[in-house]
Design a protein around this ligand. Sequence first.
Ligand code: NAD
Length: 355
Amino acid sequence: MKSILVTGGAGFIGSHLVRVLVNKYPNYNIINLDKLTYAGNLENLRDVEEKENYTFVKGDICDFQLLESLYTKYSIDGVIHLAAESHVDRSIKDPFAFAQTNVMGTLYLLQAAKNYWGANGKEGFQGKLFYHVSTDEVYGSLELDNTFFTEQTTYDPHSPYSASKASSDHFVRAYSDTFGLPIIISNCSNNYGSYQFPEKLIPLFINNIKNNKPLPVYGKGENVRDWLFVDDHVRAIDLIFHKGRKGETYNIGGFNEWKNIDLIKILIKTADKQLGRAPGTSDSLITYVTDRAGHDLRYAIDSSKLHNELGWSPSLQFEEGIEKTVKWYLENEEWLKRVTSGEYKKYYTEMYHNR
Ligand SMILES: NC(=O)c1ccc[n+]([C@@H]2O[C@H](COP(=O)([O-])OP(=O)(O)OC[C@H]3O[C@@H](n4cnc5c(N)ncnc54)[C@H](O)[C@@H]3O)[C@@H](O)[C@H]2O)c1
């Protein structure tokens, strides 16, 4: 049995990943370590929580003793590290939380992995892997031209969030270079899909359109992002974790660039249609607001290395992914209500505390 520690598995991408791993690999033991911050929601994983090969542990990646005990207790062979503070706007208000979790937390996890796997020398690293899930935002910003971020692009982070992720990436590489820890890093573009906390653009705007609330657009909405359906990111992580070359970095992206304002127009069109409203009904909800400080102009990922080496490509056309996503948020009103009201936080106590 392979024991895999997934951190941040109750979050948006983590919960999609945990579901896939638990269902696809019944012979693996999947341990989900999550602090359940505001962004962690165990209701995302209702359908797998009773599976025999799944264990949830509530805990902080900054708790070094807990990490050491988990590596030993579950004989961890692999780590897929997603736990992070992930919202750029929050990082501008509270950068310390980002340094603590994203930088220090990653460092504690690395050190615990090195201690456990390397206890009897470097042979202990054989067959082990520390996989760090990172973001394209570490590369900084591109002009509105034909350039892309590649794995060779120099790091140039601009927000406290991207600076903390860049720093964590450097620590992961340092543990590979200094101690020989087997690592892989992937840097992915913006994800969208079900179960995303509704502070992020796509679920927030779908919810606001439904409730006839303003859609706050930063600046003139000219910023460009590359969007990837979350299932495609998870498929890439699964592939890289199993087939990727140790010590390597892989960029993951959709070759799918959209100006924010154009993305918002597609969201409005799709949501109005699904809500049975006349075309254009919600156009007037668009409200331009002061731009975000340090707002990167454009991100675009070149994922040809991943395509050429491991045969990965995005599977969904954007319009299809958006249709599915809008449908999911409109149909899962209860989930959205419980998240926006804070009710979801009670679920852990109800499900786990009284056992
Ligand atoms: N969302 C994106 O578009 C995107 C794109 C590229 C990379 N990433 C990276 O993927 C990872 C997951 O992103 P997401 O969007 O799912 O984030 P998220 O905010 O939805 O989830 C983060 C999870 O980490 C947990 N967590 C936070 N601090 C913790 C701590 N100290 N100890 C244990 N758990 C903790 C939270 O409870 C939550 O469940 C992050 O590392 C992020 O940088 C995200």
